[in-house]
Design a protein around this ligand. Structure first.
Ligand code: ADP
Ligand code: MG
Length: 228
């Protein structure tokens, strides 16, 4: 037994645009253990979102080995991935993941229900994130920052074991990001989640156990001295 949530070896992924093939990830390796938080940084277009979507099964790798919760990618069919996304892997997408026809409260109840939970701590989460007053509103009645926080609440309420976050504070203004980043992080630590967090927010990145840089298709330990 070992406690790796994610093991990736020499992962590769390309996109095809007509005749053109763009190789985005090549030779990417990563290990993420239970309770470990890793920040991923890298310029726009370097493949950060592609990587997260390989790890939640929305995209398939075209080379390499991937194991999630000890199960090889080759053993996981669409149903198995869907089950993992309902119950164990939360993904915070860059543009939020709220259902537009449901209020915040209903979005939260829906996510908890998908995960098979009878009870949830959504109300307390909204309180903590400073958006308790938005509970009865629809997503289009929220500011960008409120929407992103509501999406955070939805991700935590399903009690995941692995949190994949794509710029979770990206659409927040500076002051709100400074307030939300520690709360986001505390919730990850408190629940002992493994987390892979794509972020440009130093407040978040510096709280992680490691910072990796996605460059030329692969992950490299980030050398802050070399970048400053
Ligand atoms: N569905 C797609 N079809 C073709 N190219 C894509 C697709 N998705 C992403 N790309 C390209 O792959 C590269 C990496 O994209 P992405 O993973 O979104 O990067 P990041 O999240 O780091 O900005 C970019 O050059 C982007 O244009
Ligand atoms: Mg992206």
């Amino acid at each position: 037994m070992h406690d790796a949530l994610i093991e990736a070896r020499d992962l590769g992924r390309s996109y095809h645009n007509g005749r053109e093939q763009i190789s985005v990830l090549r030779g990417l390796s990563l290990e993420l253990r239970r309770g470990e938080a890793v920040a991923v940084i890298g310029p726009s277009g370097s493949g950060k979102s592609t990587l997260l979507n390989l790890l939640n099964g929305l995209l398939a790798p075209d080379a390499g080995l991937l194991r999630v919760f000890g199960r090889a990618h080759s053993e996981l069919d669409d149903n198995a991935w869907a089950e993992l996304r309902r119950t164990r892997i939360a993904t915070l997408f860059q543009d939020g993941n709220l259902i537009p026809t449901l209020t915040v409260t209903r979005n939260i109840a829906f996510r908890a229900g998908l995960a098979g939970l009878q009870r949830h701590d959504g109300e307390a989460l909204l309180e903590r994130l400073g958006i308790a007053d938005t509970a009865q509103r629809y997503p289009d009645q929220l500011s960008g920052g409120q929407r992103q926080r509501a999406a955070l609440a939805c991700a935590f309420v399903m009690q995941p074991q692995l949190m994949l976050a794509d710029e979770p504070t990206g659409s927040l203004d500076y002051a709100t990001a400074q307030r939300v980043a520690p709360l986001f992080f505390e919730a990850i630590r408190e629940r002992g989640l493994g987390a892979l967090i794509v972020t440009h927010n130093p407040e978040l990145a510096q709280r992680c156990d490691r910072i990796l840089e996605l460059r030329e298709g692969a992950l490299h330990p980030w050398d802050s001295a070399a970048s400053s």
